[in-house]
Design a protein around this ligand. Structure first.
Ligand code: SF4
Length: 686
């Protein structure tokens, strides 16, 4: 019996914890702590601890499948590739779209966008960052010139005030929460604003429950209070920023007085006043946010407002400070960095810049690629499919499951069923794969080499611990073989993920200095422009990444969500996750240690609201919005603010996204998962 330990990076959240996969006779059978792992120092949350359990599930996809007469039949790789190549060749570039995946490696995301742009010549490539942090990328880039977490995870421990807004860090990024605990142990004040009294809120020195969708009003109110008291950092504002007067004009309006913000948000005036004082008076303060901020029709406005607050108080460019968006999936930062987005190539180089497009053609050795215009986002693809059938005809989906993850599932299903040809590449038969014409079996994170980039921009290694099951192949290999079938042998002639990464480093300025040899054991934070550069844990130390080096204040007016409660749908519905499950549950629901802790969905209802509705704890109720209904057990609790209901979105049996609204942020095109109007009723006894 041979036992070996392979150090790698967790496939779940964007924290990027390292652990050892324990391999016996060529099969992974456990996870063991890796004490010197750079982000987590050997500690793991339950998802990481049990990240081996789904790997050898008996229902892994092991052979290509082709649908014939409505049923999947096993096929050879050659048959599958021939069919896909023939079909893809038959469509015009504008008729095909590709979905890349934040669960796959940097190399695979890089190859997917290259495949779309080179082999299919389509500009339509995107991935699920659209559903979580597209507003971060757009919002922070507009203010700072770079759309990423400004500081490192370790840095948070040096903060003297941590303001957590729209992030349930203790459940969703538990190993980042350790930095908050460390800061608190060193005397930092912790403020948490959330509609739910989450495990994160319970750790706070000041908890501010608020009505979902009032973030800008709260942030403007805090800024008004800071300016009224003269607590702003005048030196930082004068030397590092511009447009402060424009910001002032908006935030000093009477509607953003603490009294009025209290009425809008439900937060007591005294709490708002204390929060403003703690943030402004701390030597150094950090703001942490996640999807509570981004998943709104005003997601970009929300993000810009967080940046306004931290610039106003001079909390950027130094340890313990910053605007710190916590990215959701393991490699959502990397998938964006790699250009799996419709508006940029890798390193956020704009597709609309003709000089950049020419450079990419030269680097890729082709004389034509997708036109230099912005393609469709995921959300626009789905809307187009449903609302204008025939415009998009084919899709290639890698490792995504829009049939459970996207808003308004009836609409999504209608759209996907309108496709003429759908290819899904995944490790399991997902709800989306069920609708496919061809399903390609992929290797999981433990079965391939590669890199991923965590929320703090740290690029780290994945290392292969076992072979994929049956005939499954790594995503990078599948994309390369398909690229070759379509006539681009030279462009996709990679022997290994490392060879792909060498090309990534060559074409991506912020990754120029990164190589596999430099990544062991601690990884490197981008930007890392040269081979000698040590990486950049803290951004914007001397200047912002703008042409003039200045951060830009953005005056933002508060706007309510696209759909607000009314007589028919009198409550606000918000959605999110639980500690024990991950996204659409393809991996965690096959991990028995996790599944047994949270096997079914629920709707959280405030105790007073439940009393008025005559609903008891555990009773199955009907939750309905203008999009559909779900019958779901009630969890009656005082831990959610009155008027707001919460459903986790992991469960196909109780799909929260049957209810959510696909209204989009006009810039980031992110849907409003965090606020729509809902009604909840007792189900009549029969
Ligand atoms: Fe994995 Fe995130 Fe848990 Fe770390 S905190 S073990 S990265 S799920």
């Amino acid at each position: 019996m041979e036992i070996k330990y392979v150090s790698t990076t967790c496939p779940y959240c964007g924290t990027g914890c390292g652990f050892n996969l324990v391999v016996r006779d060529g099969k992974v059978f456990d996870v063991a702590h890796w004490q010197r792992a750079p982000v987590n120092g050997g500690k793991l949350c339950p998802k990481g601890r049990y990240a081996h359990e789904f790997i050898n599930s008996p229902d892994r996809l092991t052979k290509p499948l082709i649908k014939k007469d409505g049923k999947f039949v096993e096929a050879t790789w050659d048959e599958a590739y021939d069919l896909i190549a023939e079909k893809f060749r038959s469509y015009k570039p504008d008729e095909i779209a590709c979905l890349s995946s934040a669960r796959t490696s940097n190399e695979e995301n890089y190859l997917m966008q290259k495949f779309a742009r080179v082999a299919l010549k389509t500009p339509h490539v995107d991935h699920c960052a659209r559903l979580c942090h597209a507003s971060t990328v757009a919002g922070l880039a507009a203010v700072f010139g770079s759309g990423a977490m400004t500081n490192s995870i370790k840095d948070i421990a040096d903060s003297k005030c941590v303001f957590v807004l729209g992030s349930n860090t203790f459940e969703q990024h538990p190993l980042i929460a350790r930095s908050i605990i460390r800061a608190r142990e060193s005397g930092a004040k912790v403020i948490v604003a959330d509609p739910r009294n989450t495990p994160t809120a319970k750790q706070a020195d000041l908890y501010m429950p608020f009505v979902s969708g009032t973030d800008v009003a709260i942030l403007n109110g805090l800024m008004q209070e800071i300016i009224k008291n003269g607590w702003e950092d005048r030196e930082f504002i004068a030397q590092r920023t511009k447009d402060f007067e424009k910001l002032k004009e908006v935030v000093m309006k009477d509607i953003y007085s603490l009294e009025n913000v209290s009425k809008t948000s439900g937060i007591p005036v005294e709490s708002l006043r204390t929060a403003a004082e703690w943030i402004a008076q701390a030597d150094v303060a950090a703001l942490i946010y996640s999807m509570g901020i981004t998943q709104h029709t005003v997601g970009v406005d929300n993000v810009k407002s967080t940046a306004n607050l931290m610039m106003l108080t001079g909390n950027l460019g130094k340890p313990g400070s910053g605007v710190n968006p916590l990215r959701g999936q393991n490699n959502v930062q990397g998938a964006c960095d790699m250009g799996a987005l419709p508006n940029v190539y890798s390193g956020y180089q704009k597709v609309t810049d003709e000089a950049t497009r020419k450079k990419m053609m030269e680097m890729w050795g082709v004389d034509d690629i997708a036109e230099g215009r912005i393609g469709y986002t995921v959300t626009e693809m789905v809307n187009l499919l449903a609302d204008k059938p025939g415009e998009l005809k084919a899709m290639y989906v890698m490792g995504e499951n829009p049939m459970l993850s996207d808003p308004d599932l009836h609409h999504v299903e209608e759209g996907l069923r309108n496709l003429e040809f759908l290819v899904v590449q995944d490790i399991f038969m997902t709800e989306t794969a069920e609708l496919a014409d061809v399903v390609l079996p992929a290797a999981c994170y433990a079965e391939k080499d590669g890199t991923q980039t965590n929320t703090e921009r740290r690029v780290q290694r994945w290392k292969k611990a076992q072979d994929p099951p049956g005939e499954a192949k790594s995503d990078w290999q599948i994309i390369c073989e398909l690229g070759s079938r379509l006539g681009y042998e030279k462009q996709f002639a990679f022997e290994s993920p490392e060879a792909v990464f060498e090309e990534v480093a060559a074409v991506t300025p912020s990754y120029h200095g990164i190589s596999y040899a430099r990544l062991d054991p601690d990884g490197l934070h981008w930007p890392c422009p040269t081979e000698e550069h040590p990486g950049t844990p803290i951004l914007h130390r001397e200047k912002f990444a703008m042409p003039d080096g200045l951060g830009v204040f953005s005056p933002i007016e508060w706007k309510p969500p696209a759909e607000v409660p009314d007589a028919e749908y009198p409550y606000v519905l918000t959605t999110g996750r639980t500690l024990w499950q991950w996204h659409t549950g393809t991996m965690t629901r096959r991990s028995w240690s996790l599944e047994k802790e949270a096997p079914i969905g629920w709707i959280e209802i405030n105790s007073e609201d439940a009393k008025e509705l005559g609903i008891k704890d555990d009773e199955v109720v009907r939750a309905s919005t203008r999009r559909g209904s779900v019958e779901i057990p009630a969890r009656v609790t005082p831990e959610i603010i009155r008027g707001v209901m919460f459903i986790p979105f992991h469960y196909k049996e109780h799909p929260a996204n049957r209810l959510t609204h696909n209204a989009l942020d006009p810039i980031a095109k992110i849907p409003e998962f965090k606020a729509c109007a809902v009604k909840v009723e007792k189900i009549a006894e029969v």
